[in-house]
Design a protein around this ligand. Structure first.
Ligand code: FES
Length: 594
């Protein structure tokens, strides 16, 4: 039996099967509920408000995640509440808020040297004396004037070859990639490429002129796989239960939309370079990901790959190629390689840390030309998960906080009444609470004018209900502080273990490069104060924006950088953090707030 399920305020009417959870129905309909646990009823992020209709009775587990006020208002966890009639459901503002995407990054100046070379030819007419096929004519001319041998041609191009040459009156521009002719066009035609950073949360795409290196357009969208879970492990769980097809098709569809949004004439796109973490890479290719979710986390493939766009179902000329940069390990993907490429850490003579903070934080340390990298499970706390009033960096999120002599001030994204706190705001709060001695070095909240006792322990009141955009006070609980301590300790442990393995100390670090969306918006001073980053002079720490996207662009416009990416991937020594003998000691030490 099916019922009508109406989702407000987005106005989606979908059909729900009796007894199914609201969560399952929303996934089937492509509606994101912000789940982190993938429907396992542990993250508390799938809150929805039932405006009318009947669901299964509320459970004990739901009561643990919902306040009394929320229960009175009809809130339920979508992954527990089962459909028993037609329903009208309201999605909370926090679920609907679109995360802020960081697209820009600092780009080094490089020589443009794309993988495609262009040759302008004037082809002779065939005659009875010399009935040379067009294809052979091109091959002979390229051999004679440009010394190109062993050329091949794609069947799709061969089918249209004669008509193209005829339309262009035998004056053609031939695009050659390696030993393959991938295009024949007018010599005035533009040759474009797209660099894509395929992130777990967002997809950033850059339309680039392959021969000038100019970035013509930039677009960012939320990764549509987010409806299947917000982090990598939830997506792996979904793929283990349901296969990888849904995840693959969702991302391919959105890449197609991005391409179409960039330009109508798809035949002008000759090449796409894609980087991402190893799970995103595997899901795009439709490769199994189950093994990436358990030790020893072995990828199906690490090497760089060239694939025809048509084989991935991307809507471009069937001749165009997708190039995927190499992965390093199960939790260090080609986005890390791209980050190293863009930040030129591999060239640095200084002791340099490169860090991209996210649910998994990748850290690289370069000392005298040697690079070691590792991945720290920093968890989703910086994305606002497992934090009582946490949310992604979206409209309505408190992103900066200042506490001075018991006076609290804050800045909200979009300058509206706050509805939650995002990662950068939470970092500020912990730093300020410690500075004002409202928490001790173990993170324990002290008795203070700004704290209050509740049944679940002390909490810090950041915004009173009257000033917030929700029906509650916005608070930081003892549990929230614990979650941030775990996240920052994971990152600092990774850094300390790399320093230890190279035999250098914190004082010997010359510079830290912070990449990625989260790293762009954090207050570096707060990150240093709470001990997440080593205490070096603040002007030696640089925030570089989306370095992975920039690395993808470099590999798009430079053959040399593409081969450098392979060298970097081979050169980087991968460290598995969790089996390191010093892991436990470093981790418990890093939990403290200095
Ligand atoms: S608690 Fe429902 S999806 Fe996590």
């Amino acid at each position: 039996m099916t019922y009508n399920i109406y989702f407000e305020p987005i106005g989606h009417l979908v059909s729900g099967i009796k007894g199914d959870t609201i969560y399952t129905t929303s996934i089937r309909s492509g509606i994101s509920l912000g789940s982190i646990c993938g429907g396992k009823s542990s993250c508390g992020r799938c809150k929805v408000r039932i405006l009318s209709g009947r669901c299964s009775p509320i459970t004990k587990n739901e009561k643990m995640h919902l306040s009394e006020e929320e229960i009175r208002d009809g809130y339920r966890l979508a992954c527990i509440a089962r459909i028993l009639s037609d329903l009208k459901i309201m999605l909370p503002q926090i679920t609907l808020a679109q995360p802020r995407l960081q697209l820009k990054g600092i780009e080094p100046k490089i020589e443009i040297d794309p993988v495609i070379s262009l040759y302008n030819l004037k082809l002779s007419e065939p005659s009875l004396e010399n009935p040379l096929p067009n294809w052979e004519n091109i091959v002979k001319t390229l051999d004679k004037h440009h010394n190109l041998r062993n050329l091949k041609i794609d069947i799709h191009l061969l089918r249209d070859l004669n008509s193209i040459i005829q339309n262009l009156k035998r004056e053609v521009s031939v695009s050659v990639r390696g030993n393959e002719i991938i295009g024949i066009c007018n010599k005035r035609e533009k040759h474009l490429g797209i660099a894509i950073d395929l992130g777990t949360t967002k997809i950033a795409a850059y339309l680039v002129d392959l021969f000038t290196g100019e970035t013509l357009k930039v677009r960012g969208i939320v990764n549509p796989q987010i409806v299947y879970g917000e982090d990598i492990m939830t997506r792996i769980s979904y793929a283990m239960k349901n296969g990888v097809k849904d995840l693959r098709l969702a991302v391919c569809k959105n890449i197609n939309d991005l391409i179409r949004d960039f330009l109508k004439n798809l035949k002008n796109i000759d090449e796409i370079v894609i980087v991402g973490n190893t799970v995103m890479h595997h899901l795009l290719l439709g490769l199994p990901v189950e093994q990436l979710g358990k030790a020893p986390y072995v990828p199906v493939i690490r090497q760089a790959m060239d694939i025809k766009a048509r084989d991935l179902g991307l809507n471009m000329t069937p001749l165009a190629y997708i190039h995927l940069l190499p992965n390093i390990a199960g939790f260090i993907g080609s986005d890390h390689v791209a980050m190293l490429l863009a930040t030129e850490i591999n060239k640095s003579k200084k002791n340099t840390i490169g860090i991209d903070i996210g649910t998994n934080t990748e850290v690289a340390l370069s000392v005298k030309g040697e690079i070691s990298s590792l991945s720290c499970a920093s968890g989703p706390a910086f994305e606002g998960a497992r934090i009582k009033h946490g949310m992604r960096a979206a409209k309505g999120a408190i992103e900066k906080v200042n506490i001075k002599n018991s006076a609290v001030s804050y800045k909200v994204i979009g300058d509206i009444a706050p509805i939650g706190i995002c990662g950068s705001g939470i970092l500020d709060i912990i730093s300020q609470l410690r500075q004002e001695k409202i928490i001790d070095h173990r993170g324990r909240l002290q008795n203070h004018d700004l704290t209050r006792k509740t049944d679940n322990g002390q909490e810090f009141v950041l915004v009173l209900k009257n000033n917030s955009g929700i029906t509650q006070d916005i608070v930081i609980t003892q549990n929230d502080i614990g979650e941030i301590q775990l996240a920052k300790a994971a990152i600092r442990t990774g850094i300390n273990i790399l320093l230890n393995d190279f035999g250098i100390t914190e004082e010997q670090i010359d510079q830290i490069i912070v990449a990625g969306a989260f790293g762009t918006f954090i207050n570096i001073e707060s990150a240093v104060r709470i001990g997440m980053l080593p205490s070096i002079p603040l002007n030696h720490i640089t925030q570089v924006g989306n370095a992975a996207g920039i690395g993808a662009k470099l590999a798009l416009i430079s053959k040399q950088h593409r081969s450098l990416a392979n060298k970097i991937a081979n050169k980087v020594k991968y460290n598995e953090l969790t089996i390191h003998p010093k892991f436990s000691h470093e981790f418990s030490h890093s939990l403290q707030i200095p």
